[in-house]
Design a protein around this ligand. Structure first.
Ligand code: ADP
Ligand code: NA
Length: 332
């Protein structure tokens, strides 16, 4: 039996988005507030699998830390740190590169999406990304990982790696980690294209709401979001082939802690001319206090660095003995 421990991470590869907030960060805070042991990581080593300007990476890492704290992560109750500062991640990732099979990695849809037709010219790190992610999780023997829907396949790979390691070495060392994918915010889509996920790496800033956007910007982006001309239906079935409309209903639901059906019950028959302003008001009321607090925290970068440094020490205290045991098991 493994003690319940939550691990999750977000890449500081750009500013945090509403998708990161609803699919991940908001859930991270809920888990922390339930009193579970929570370990949260800014995964800068994942970020560099695609080119990052060094000064911007440093800035975005601090900004992401500020975003976590502003959203409710309490560095006294959760461990909050930066991946590259805890060397266990890179060390265990190498072991896992030798456990994972090429065939498993080749089936990862995120790699195929990100590499596109250019797979000869992307980094080796982008291909190995999910093995590093498994190391992030298993360096803490984490039992549960709250993530968005897009990470489901990577979590399955993490389970496969844990099971193969246990089996190869005849040990019951790593837990078979459970993904925790729940709520209306697990799949927030682009505001410009209801079939693409909202992402900080989308070239169009209009496609997403950033944690740093002010109230006017949030309202403007929601007003311009792609929709259809029909009114909102009373039942979810009525949204089946309306991805953009469904996305706005899901975002409303996730922001208001309602089910999407409850949102429809409340807004059945409404046109987007009235639903969008209601959604914008709701988004501003949830996001503005976070943005304000984040901007305040960014005034004191030394304090953010201190928090991350302290988090790294606490993370290392858990991960180091686990990775040392792994070396032992492997015969090193
Ligand atoms: P991004 O694609 O914005 O770079 P990351 O890869 O850093 O996001 O993912 C960090 C966390 O945010 C993961 O748990 C991921 O599932 C979640 N996430 C990212 N985008 C979305 C989205 N559009 N909707 C819901 N969750 C998301
Ligand atoms: Na991602």
């Amino acid at each position: 039996a493994f003690a319940t421990r939550i691990f999750s991470g977000i890449q500081p590869s750009g500013g945090l988005t509403l998708g990161n907030y609803l699919g991940a960060l908001k859930r991270f805070v809920e888990k922390q507030d339930e009193g579970i042991e929570t370990v949260y990581c800014l995964v800068d080593m994942h970020a560099i699998t695609v080119w990052q300007d060094p000064a911007r990476l440093r800035q975005q890492t601090r900004e992401a830390a500020a975003g976590f704290i502003a959203a409710g992560i309490d560095p006294a109750r959760s461990i909050l740190f930066n991946q590259s500062q805890v060397h266990a991640h890179a060390e265990l990732a190498w072991i896992f590169n030798c456990v994972a099979r090429m065939g498993w990695m080749s089936r990862m849809t995120q790699f195929k999406d990100k590499a596109g037709k250019n797979s000869e010219n992307v980094s080796l790190g982008l291909f190995a990304y999910p093995a590093l992610m498994a190391a992030d999780i298993l360096a803490y023997k984490a039992t549960h990982v709250p993530v968005g829907e897009d990470q489901k396949q990577h979590l399955e790979l993490c389970r496969d790696i844990a099971a193969k390691f246990n089996n190869d070495f005849g040990v019951d060392f790593f837990p078979i980690t459970e993904p925790v994918i729940e709520g209306a915010g697990t799949r927030v889509m682009s505001l410009r294209d209801g079939t693409k996920k909202m992402s900080k790496s989308d070239p169009s800033d209009q496609s997403r709401i950033n944690l740093t956007d002010d109230a006017d910007m949030i309202a403007k982006k929601i007003k311009k979001a792609k929709t259809d001309a029909e009114a909102l239906p009373g039942e979810m079935d009525g949204l089946a082939d309306r991805p953009e409309a469904r996305n706005l209903v899901n975002i409303y639901a996730a922001l208001a802690d309602m089910t999407p059906q409850a949102v429809l019950t409340q807004h059945a028959g409404a046109q987007f001319g009235s639903f969008k302003p209601a959604l914008a008001d709701l988004a501003v009321s949830v996001m503005s206090p976070i943005t304000t607090e984040m901007n305040r925290l960014m005034q004191d970068v030394a304090e953010i660095d201190r928090i991350l440094g302290e988090g790294a020490v606490r993370a290392d205290a858990i991960a180091r003995p686990i990775v040392n045991d792994v070396y032992d098991i492997v015969g090193m």
